[in-house]
Ligand binder design. Structure first.
Ligand SMILES: NC(=O)c1ccc[n+]([C@@H]2O[C@H](COP(=O)([O-])OP(=O)(O)OC[C@H]3O[C@@H](n4cnc5c(N)ncnc54)[C@H](OP(=O)(O)O)[C@@H]3O)[C@@H](O)[C@H]2O)c1
Length: 432
């Protein structure tokens, strides 16, 4: 330990770094009580020292040189809140090699390089905590790593991206289409100017890879996660979902069985009377099913300056307390399991299909024949909207569970039928 108290060095002082610096200052006495000594901000790395900041920093505290933080003997805990893979990953690894403990909110770095980072931390005898990397202010990493340590995780179902949940909630409640709702979310600051990471499910895939890695104690890479975004959903999908007793959510799903694990992010029909269906707006929720504890639901803010800094500071306090207590810090977990990640073709679930077809007798029989040839049974077929000028009708099918392989074959064959104008959407129906 350096000077009196625990020294914190922030790498980044934007939305989360600004909130963390403010909370460290506002809650100085409370944190000192919790830890048993002061927890002090001793340096801040940014790109642009001229920028206006959420809080005023003492002279000489702010720098654009990472070494000022990483090499400082006054910094015990390096808190990485920059985002992106590089240089964040390099700085985290250097901090570890220099014997510093690390707190990070960086899902990209933890999804891509988490096992290497934890391994390096274990060898160096330091801790790396990352509660804020998944579900922002909602505790989920510590519960999985510590509170559920004795459990086998059977499944994880989560709404882990607030931006897309906001867009889907507005589409459901206002009957609006995707494009308009995205523009509104951008105006309100819920979606970024380039929304790709959110709407294509990339951000959710990072978070699911982290949760699945910890839950299954095996390395699950971000590229192992099957991913579909929300851009194909329309107001009509929401209308039909409601009529059928469902809502549509972008889910991160990880399941384990004897054949391996399945990890996927995609829009899903979720029964309207489940708890997860009622998670609206920018909120996040993660439901975990385990062998001992059963089903648990974690629900709360998934982002935002103060909620996320709450998670960052919880990690800082955890490390500060163990530094204060002396002795060796608890070792970081070993992610050594080797698990088979099942391809999407092995998924077995129910499906919703919306298509437009010629509006004349015999068409339904041809479509039903394709499903039958692919061994898929129909639960219901509803003829909905009709275009009298072009003699087209929209038909919505709910299908009994089948394999994804069979379903993809059916979609290809349907699209090739002369009587089918377009297979507009296919959404998986999730029940767990
Ligand atoms: N925002 C949220 O609600 C939220 C929630 C959960 C997790 N997170 C995660 O928290 C991390 C930070 O997010 P944020 O929203 O706070 O980001 P942000 O507002 O963009 O802030 C990033 C900060 O890092 C600094 N920075 C970036 N690259 C740098 C570099 N190469 N060298 C020096 N400084 C650099 C920036 O400096 P300047 O200020 O000079 O530009 C800025 O202060 C990310 O990993 C994000 O995924 C965010």
């Amino acid at each position: 330990m350096s000077k009196v108290g625990i020294g914190i060095g922030l790498l980044g002082m934007g939305v989360v770094g600004g909130g963390t610096a403010s909370a460290l200052s506002q809650k100085r006495d409370h944190l000192a009580d919790l830890v048993g000594c002061p927890v002090e901000l001793r340096g801040v790395l940014v790109r642009d020292v001229g920028k206006r900041r959420a809080i005023r920093l003492a002279e000489g505290m702010i720098t654009t040189c990472a070494d000022d933080i990483l090499l400082s003997p006054d910094v015990d805990v390096v808190v990485e809140l920059m985002g992106g893979q590089e240089p964040a990953f390099e700085y985290v690894m250097r901090a570890i090699s220099l014997g510093k403990h690390v707190v990070t909110a960086n899902k990209e770095v933890m999804a891509r390089s988490g096992p290497e980072i934890l391994d390096a931390a274990r060898k160096a005898g330091v801790r790396v905590l990352f509660e804020a990397a998944v579900a922002g202010g909602t505790p989920i990493i510590a519960p999985v790593m510590r509170d559920l340590a004795a459990n086998e995780v059977i499944s994880i179902h989560g709404i882990i991206n607030g931006t897309t949940n906001y867009i889907l909630t507005r589409m459901e409640q206002d009957g609006a289409d995707f494009g308009d709702t995205l523009e509104e979310a951008q105006r309100l600051g819920y979606a970024e100017a380039d929304p790709t990471n959110d709407i294509e499910g990339i951000d959710a895939a990072y978070k699911l890879a982290i949760l699945a890695t910890l839950g299954f104690r095996s390395r699950i890479r971000e590229e192992d996660v099957y991913r579909e975004g929300i851009t194909r959903l329309t107001a009509r999908d929401f209308q039909y979902a409601r009529e059928l007793g469902y809502t549509v959510k972008l889910l991160g799903i990880a399941t384990a069985d004897v054949d391996g694990v399945q990890v996927r992010v995609h829009p899903a029909f979720v029964s309207a009377d489940t708890m997860i269906a009622k998670v609206d707006g920018v909120l996040n929720a993660v439901e975990i099913q385990t062998d001992l504890a059963g089903k648990l639901l974690f629900h709360g803010a998934g982002a935002g300056s103060m909620p996320t800094s709450s998670a960052v500071i919880a990690d800082i306090v955890e490390i500060a307390r163990s530094l204060r207590g002396g002795g060796a810090p608890p070792p970081m977990p070993r992610i050594s399991g080797d698990v088979r990640v099942k391809p999407m073709s092995e998924l077995h679930t129910k499906y919703y299909v919306r298509l437009t077809a010629a509006d004349h007798p015999g068409v339904l029989a041809q479509i039903a024949n394709v499903f039958a040839q692919c061994s898929i049974s129909i639960v219901s077929a509803l003829q909905k909207w009709r275009d009298d000028d072009n003699k087209l009708a929209e038909i919505v099918f709910m299908l009994h569970p089948s394999s994804e392989r069979a379903m993809q074959r059916a979609v290809r064959q349907l699209a090739a039928l002369e009587v089918v104008d377009e297979v507009s959407n296919m959404v998986r129906v999730e029940e767990w």
